[in-house]
Design a protein around this ligand. Structure first.
Ligand SMILES: Cc1cc2nc3c(=O)[nH]c(=O)nc-3n(C[C@H](O)[C@H](O)[C@H](O)COP(=O)(O)OP(=O)(O)OC[C@H]3O[C@@H](n4cnc5c(N)ncnc54)[C@H](O)[C@@H]3O)c2cc1C
Ligand SMILES: NC(=O)c1ccc[n+]([C@@H]2O[C@H](COP(=O)([O-])OP(=O)(O)OC[C@H]3O[C@@H](n4cnc5c(N)ncnc54)[C@H](OP(=O)(O)O)[C@@H]3O)[C@@H](O)[C@H]2O)c1
Length: 255
């Protein structure tokens, strides 16, 4: 990759939540612009070449640093590099943030329904820190599906939004539903997301009606989940959102 296309940044801190869950912050060049919902391309030098992968930014558009949440994959090339990373190391940052997974692309609707699995929660963590999102929608509903309860590492972070100076009194608009698909807990839902749409349990857990007039869906995570959830919503009469043909559903494959 041409050297004028990326910058060399520093790992400022790094937190290992488990053997496979990692959050870290990277220094942010003053010129780096992104919109909540977009992803960065992060990389390392690799022999004579490079290794690059996409990671959604979890920090706010106005933050001084760029934060990311990574799920390490067994035998993954980038995962092996990230697993050994420590504060003070250098990482490469493509100068251009990418992606069209942006809630402001919905011209209308009252309720923003955010459906995620695994690392697919990442773009929503950034979106939820944008004050205009809290003003624009009547309800913000987030579901995070993971296999085991110990994979739910953002519950406290989401609860802490109630103290966020730019969210404040609007926190009551948020409905957060954690989903554990391989563990049965009293305070989580247990169905995979497409099934929970089909059997009505997600509506019930959010306490919201899903209607074409009110609901706008954003789906991010496991590509098969994205596809199956999209199909479930199509069957319920919702349609894909396109800039020229406004609809109800936006999606992003998380890998
Ligand atoms: C738009 C976009 C945004 C992304 N944002 C994030 C993010 O915020 N956090 C993050 O951890 N990853 C994210 N990814 C995935 C990331 O780019 C890498 O693919 C991932 O870190 C694995 O890279 P690897 O080289 O270790 O493994 P690879 O050898 O590239 O992947 C091995 C296999 O692991 C599976 N896999 C890849 N990523 C994941 C994942 N996150 N969860 C479960 N299984 C996965 C896939 O089946 C893949 O074929 C994103 C991908 C895309 C396309
Ligand atoms: N989770 C672990 O403890 C674990 C352990 C070792 C290795 N890994 C590997 O680590 C990587 C990341 O694992 P992960 O568990 O974070 O991600 P994941 O496998 O994508 O699972 C995250 C969530 O997505 C759900 N899901 C998966 N496919 C779906 C589909 N087609 N439709 C609807 N929901 C779907 C899972 O449900 P289900 O639970 O029903 O699949 C789970 O709730 C994967 O490569 C995985 O194989 C994971």
């Amino acid at each position: 990759m041409n050297q004028d296309k990326y910058t060399e940044e520093t790992i400022l801190w790094l937190k290992r939540h488990s053997a496979k869950h990692l959050t870290f912050a990277v220094s942010r060049p003053e010129s780096y612009r992104f919109s909540a919902g977009q992803f960065s391309r992060l990389g390392f030098r690799d022999g004579n070449g490079f290794i690059w992968r996409a990671y959604s930014v979890i920090s706010a558009e106005y933050a001084d640093t760029l934060e990311y949440f990574v799920i390490l994959i067994d035998d993954g090339d980038m995962s092996a590099r990230l697993a050994n990373m420590k504060a003070g190391d250098t990482i490469l940052l493509d100068k251009t943030a990418q992606g069209f997974f942006l809630p402001e692309r919905f011209p209308d609707g009252n309720d923003l329904i955010m459906l995620s699995t695994g690392s697919g929660i990442a773009p929503f963590l950034s979106i939820l820190q944008q004050p205009e999102i809290w003003q624009r929608f009547e309800h913000l509903a987030l579901a995070h599906s993971v296999s085991y309860r110990s994979d739910l590492i953002f519950n406290d972070y989401i609860a802490a939004l109630s103290e966020h100076p730019l969210v404040g009194g609007d926190y009551g608009k948020l409905r957060f539903v954690p989903v554990t698909t391989r563990e049965n807990d009293a305070d989580t839902l247990h169905f995979r997301l497409p099934e929970s749409l089909e059997n009505g349990s997600l509506r019930c857990a959010f306490g919201l009606d899903f209607t074409a007039e009110r609901s706008r869906f954003m789906i991010c995570g496991n590509p098969q989940m994205v596809q199956d959830t999209f199909q479930a919503l199509l069957h319920q009469g919702f349609s894909m959102h396109r800039n020229r043909i406004p609809g109800h559903i936006m999606m992003e494959n998380g890998f």
